[in-house]
Design a protein around this ligand. Structure first.
Ligand code: FDM
Length: 213
């Protein structure tokens, strides 16, 4: 009888700008490490690769690229790390990902590209076991001190991004896409994140799924 070997969980954290995503991801990573759970964090875009450097230059408005081109570069940046993610999961490591294909679709669709077109280059990437979406209202975002300097850090675009994230989430089950109210105290948000993630860290016996297949 064939059996699926236990593997690590693939956990994606997405969130709106100013949702405290970076802090929550760091807190989660530290807590997992403290518990002795093998964990590896990826962050997309990964600006360290050759493709990542092109993305970085674009985001800091040091270069101009057609909307389709930058979308494909973001996707290629995930594909170049997909094999590493799969290997880690197979070895039993919990993989955390700060942003993933959902940011890819949300931002490019918000800029005016079609959602279906945006989704296609990311089809077949490793699918997360759960996506945690850190949600805040535009008003909360504003009260947290406004946006930064990079290309996409503008209120109108962020509103559109929020709508596309909502559209994307409607295709997932409640178990695979969890929206967390990130407008609360940092500790309360971290506790909700932990309650969802910790039970997944004991090893999963289900095969890794492919995104949007
Ligand atoms: N972003 C991020 C995209 O437009 N597409 C993508 O595929 C990804 C992963 O890049 F505004 C956007 C989201 C954000 C910007 O992200 C840089 P960080 O998290 O601020 O580095």
């Amino acid at each position: 009888m064939s059996s699926v070997r236990s593997r690590g969980a693939f956990i994606v954290i997405e969130g709106l700008d100013r949702s405290g995503k970076t802090t929550q991801v760091a807190t989660l990573q530290t807590r997992l490490e403290t518990e002795g759970i093998p964990v590896k964090l990826f962050k997309f875009p990964d600006r360290t690769t050759t493709i990542g450097q092109m993305i970085d230059s674009y985001l800091r408005s040091q270069s101009e690229l057609d909307d389709h081109v930058i979308h494909l570069l973001f996707s290629a940046n995930r594909w170049e790390l997909a094999a590493s993610i799969e290997q880690l999961l197979a070895a039993g490591t919990t993989v955390l990902c700060d942003r993933y294909a959902f940011s890819g679709v949300a931002f490019s669709t918000a800029k005016g590209l079609s959602l279906e077109w945006c989704r296609s280059p990311d089809i077949s990437l490793p699918a997360p076991d759960v996506t945690l979406f850190l949600n805040i209202t535009p008003e909360q975002a504003r009260s947290r001190g406004g946006y930064g300097e990079e290309r996409y850090e503008k209120e109108e675009l962020q509103r559109k991004v929020r709508d596309v994230f909502q559209q994307i989430s409607s295709e997932f089950t409640e178990a695979t896409w969890v929206t967390i109210d990130a407008g609360r105290e940092r500790e309360d948000v971290a506790e909700d994140v932990w309650k969802i993630v910790y039970p997944l860290t004991g090893g999963l016996a289900i095969p890794l799924q492919r995104l949007w297949e």
